[in-house]
Write a protein that binds this ligand. Sequence first.
Ligand code: URA
Length: 244
Amino acid sequence: MTLTEHQRRAYLEALSIDVWVPRSDAQHDAELETAQIVEQGAGQDAAPGGGSAAGTTPVDALDWHALRDRVAACTLCDLHASRTQTVFGVGSPSADWMLIGEAPGAEEDRRGEPFVGRAGKLLDEMLRAIGQRRDDVFIANILKCRPPGNRDPKPAEARSCRAYLERQVALVEPRIVLALGRIAAQNLLGSDAPVGRLRGRQHALGDVPLVVTYHPAYLLRSPSQKRKVWDDLCLARRILTERA
Ligand code: URA
């Protein structure tokens, strides 16, 4: 049986296998995505009383509140059908530290806030160790909606959500980004290297320094790795202080 390119991609994505596409296709995807986001936005930003709406505003021009509304109404991928609500992120919109995880789990989907389960408690402890509270930093995820059964995000889902995260980073203007775990690190850095190879050094997300560390859920299973996470947090703090 010969598969069409479309069928091949759908098949690979269903198996959560990354689909590598030539740059020209990737650019096409990005253009398509922007077009979808603009189209989806039509009519959603209507001013009360029916005045002129910024409904076709591209995501990269939305302010914080309009971005939050756009995310809450998003139907760009199938996850919108199974979510209880979107999980936009939590914390200060002008934070120095931005932490990016993978995707909401069951508890986060119910409560509309990232990292509220056991992994979230550990994340709060990690923050406390560097003198930060949840309200001081901004915490977001690669995906705003929960993947069913807590499976890994599919590449197409991450692509659909990417513009929202990029806009959050642009608006928050963090001084340091911490990527929590493999999914966040690989998506943000466009890499397929394991966390063990990405952590312990400085990367960049645009012009913002980025440090990779283990996901708190992994730490719950492998507490012996806490020392490495502490080293990564110290590295991030050092980078931030040196750039001050
Ligand atoms: N794991 C994540 O990566 N993000 C959450 O919000 C919760 C658990």
